[in-house]
Design a protein. Sequence first.
Length: 510
Amino acid sequence: MELLGHLSDGFVTAFAPLNLTLLVLGCAVGLFVGAMPGLGSVNGVAILLPVTFFVPPTSAVIFLAAIYYGAMYGGAISSIMLGIPGASTAVATTFDGRPMALKGLADRALVAAAVASFVGGTISVVLFSLFAPPLADFALKFGPPEEFALMVLAFATFIGLGGDDIPKTFFSIFIGLVFSAVGLDIISGEPRLVFGGLPGFYKGISFLVLAIGIYGIGEILWTVDSSKGKVTIAQHNVTFARLLESLRALKPTFRTMLLSSGLGYFVGILPAAGATPGSLMAYGMTKSLSKDPSKYGKGEINGVVAPEAANNAASTGSMLPMLTLGIPGSPTTAILLGGMIIWGLEPGPLLFVEQQEFVWGLISSLYIANLFTLLINLAFIPVFIWVLKMPFTILAPIIFVLCVIGGYAPAQTMHDVWLILIFGVVGYLMRKLNYPMAPAVLAIVLGPLAEKAFRQTLIGSHGDPLIFVERPLSGFFMFAALLFFVYPLYLTAKRKKARKNGPEEPARPA
């Protein structure tokens, strides 16, 4: 009853005219920011942070949180429509969202992304409301050994992302890990893999640069080559009946939404993890558990639902350590944390006692932001579909320009633009030679997190590797990773044996 009382007071705060106006505006702005390649929630919140100094602290955080939520939804738009990840959190959505668009199912993919985002966001806010303090305490039990074991579990799911060709999958993973190691050593500070001392490599290779190159430029080159210059993209007109049909088609994906939401929220509450690893791990888990993994990467609707439910759940989960412990769970919440400190709001356990109006107003606003962003997203689907009706001779240059702008905007260096072009050619060649790209992209995301946790653990244990299996949580994750690693290998061996034996030929009549 006390919880319902807090939530009702929070809804009163959230429905105040100024707060509600800022909330709706933040959702719309976030949708645009998320859909623009290279921007993402981090840049959107950072750019608009000074604007909030003219309103009360509660209104300011509600506005910035709405931008964060809207950007999580918006990242899927350019991933599906153009094949360019709007943000790193939407890269996994590209794997199946873009093939669905090419099949004339862009509206179905957009509806799936919007509804999955709504379900993931709602489940995470409910979990936030019910279990904030206990979950924050549980997140504190995750030290470097547990974080590394979780990354190993994520890597184990990569084997299922590469299809039957396990050696090519391993090669793709190792290439991603090599790219993730470019820059300065995290312990000694010595430069490594900087290609003869080129200044641009000292800061490492941006994940967004890699993703835009492979899935933006690479997609253009592949489409032109495979279609021999004649590109046609079928797309039905969006009607209310077709929208209802798309919603009904989501019924079999509800289990995927629930599992991905839980996983995304769990990864989100871990300090410094964020929504990107959560969405990638959800995609890998969903494909590994599928009865027919071969459908993924070719337009499987669960491949859109899983990452979208996970990244929205993770975005809410990342706010939990920020509010309860003062530890940002993602780069965007780090900016929110800075804003809270500027406004005189001190994060920590006492925040729920001393600033109840602010805390519960923010939590209640997340429920409302979820609903409004879903409605705005669905309302604008006909506008998004209009993009696909443009001739490819016009669309391809637009995609190319967006790729260049998206790669240049974050760091504003031509070094990143050249890398995008190089990675575009690499992505095209990988598709041409039938190498899986997903494991490489996922490895460059999780590589730095895994390396940091691994080296911290070994330093703390004086080089004893048994610590990874001696601690209960890390031991459990290691065991689960072993199962995920062995199971696809077993299925591959079983299929090869069945193909080798083949069906016995029937006896010919005498």
